[in-house]
Design a protein around this ligand. Structure first.
Ligand code: DHB
Length: 386
């Protein structure tokens, strides 16, 4: 996305992707697009397929105590909604567009070192001096790239953040006493909108990728082993957790993929060191409840593309210098919302009966009070001010 936005401003970039094209185009991640994300994709000319195939969702369901409660987005957020369009498809559209525009996207290109990032700041008169270099392996050869800036968009486990000198970054990490077991199934979704269910047996989420493919999740223990989860056990557990008093059925179908996702909150500050910028998961991780990861990453690079454009075009580095602080306000808002959704909906196996009752009281209040429902709605659609 960043490479595409920079290209539209006439700024050259090279994308070093350590994985294969196939791998990045298949990897399952949440695909709920906020209005702001949809707007950027459309405005930059990569929203056509999303507009044809994406599903506009105007609400979610919160399910607890065997009852269904709907949170309506437009009425609570001044008309906003979200778009269900799989992240794999966003990635495919962006790769196709960069390649069609003659962009440099190198797959299976492993960066091994980044040097010279803090040789100077961003002052325009030093633009020619001390440019950073990236060393990377591609094919059998080692290459060196000399750049004006390096942006680490390489995820939590990437090497980008580790290039910042020790002691310069402040980090926060929170782990949760559970994980998600996710499945992809070739079956039409059993619902029109996503269902976030809290049950004594644990949280469950019914999401979807298309009118014929469902994506479902179960709260499991962090040490859960996929080998213990047969397809039948997964469907039985999902059925138990989604059960309601009314007439509702969970359709089963062939499971095409299974995986376990750990849950973590993480933030690294600042999101810049000299000429190295951090964006997306390289700088922050949210637990998946609320589907904020992709949206935060798009927000980071949209901000950064604008800031870099001003810097490269006329030497104005005010926006580049403000990047970290500006991005982090939205990051912490999303950190709070993801934490809120996670702790509201997952029974904590280590907590007692008191916490359990508080959780239910909070859920009842969330669906009964317009003020409380608005907190969920405006954060979910990405309209909450940071
Ligand atoms: C999905 C994942 C989420 O974490 C979420 O909150 C909503 C949807 C998904 O994979 O579709």
């Amino acid at each position: 996305m960043l490479s595409h936005l920079l290209h539209l401003e006439g700024i050259d970039s090279v994308v070093l992707e350590s994985r294969s094209r196939d791998r990045v185009e298949q990897r399952q991640r949440a695909g709920i697009l906020e209005q702001g994300t949809v707007d950027v994709l459309r405005a930059s000319g990569v929203g056509d397929r999303m507009d044809r195939q994406g599903l506009v969702h105007e609400g979610i369901e919160l399910r607890f105590d065997r009852e269904c409660h709907r949170i309506d987005f437009p009425s609570l957020t001044g008309g906003r909604a979200v778009m269900v369009y799989a992240q794999t498809e966003v990635v495919k559209d962006l790769i196709a567009r960069r390649l069609a525009d003659g962009g440099h996207v190198l797959f299976e290109a492993e960066a091994t070192a980044v040097e010279g990032i803090s040789a100077d700041g961003t002052s325009a008169d030093k633009m020619d001096g001390g440019r950073p270099t990236i060393t990377f392996r591609h094919g059998d050869a080692e290459h060196t790239l000399r750049c004006d800036v390096v942006v680490a968009c390489d995820g939590f486990h990437g090497m980008g953040r580790r290039c910042v000198p020790a002691g310069t970054l402040h980090t926060w990490t929170r782990t949760y006493p559970f994980a998600w077991l996710g499945i992809l199934a070739d079956v039409p979704p059993s619902c029109d909108e996503l269902i976030y269910a809290r049950h004594e047996r644990g949280f469950a989420l019914h999401s979807m990728r298309s009118p014929t493919v469902s994506r479902l999740y179960l709260q499991v223990t962090p040490d859960a082993d996929l080998a213990d989860w047969s397809d039948e056990r997964i469907w039985d557990e999902l059925e138990a957790r989604f059960a309601v008093h009314s007439d509702w059925n969970l359709e089963r179908g062939p499971i095409t993929e299974k995986g376990i996702t750990p849950m973590r909150s993480f933030v690294a500050e600042p999101m810049r060191h000299g000429r190295l910028f951090l964006a997306g998961d390289a700088a922050h991780i949210v637990p998946p409840t609320g589907a904020k990861g992709l949206n935060l990453a798009v927000a980071d690079v949209t901000l950064l593309a604008r800031a870099l454009t001003r810097w490269f075009a006329d030497g104005d580095h005010a926006a580049v210098d403000a990047y970290s602080q500006t991005a982090l306000r939205r990051v912490w808002r999303a950190e709070h919302f993801s934490y809120l959704m996670t702790t509201m909906l997952h029974p904590d196996p280590e907590a007692g009966d008191f916490e359990c009752r508080l959780q239910l009281a909070n859920l009842r209040y969330t669906v009964a009070s317009t003020a409380a429902a608005t907190v969920v709605a405006e954060n979910y659609v990405g309209a909450a001010s940071a």
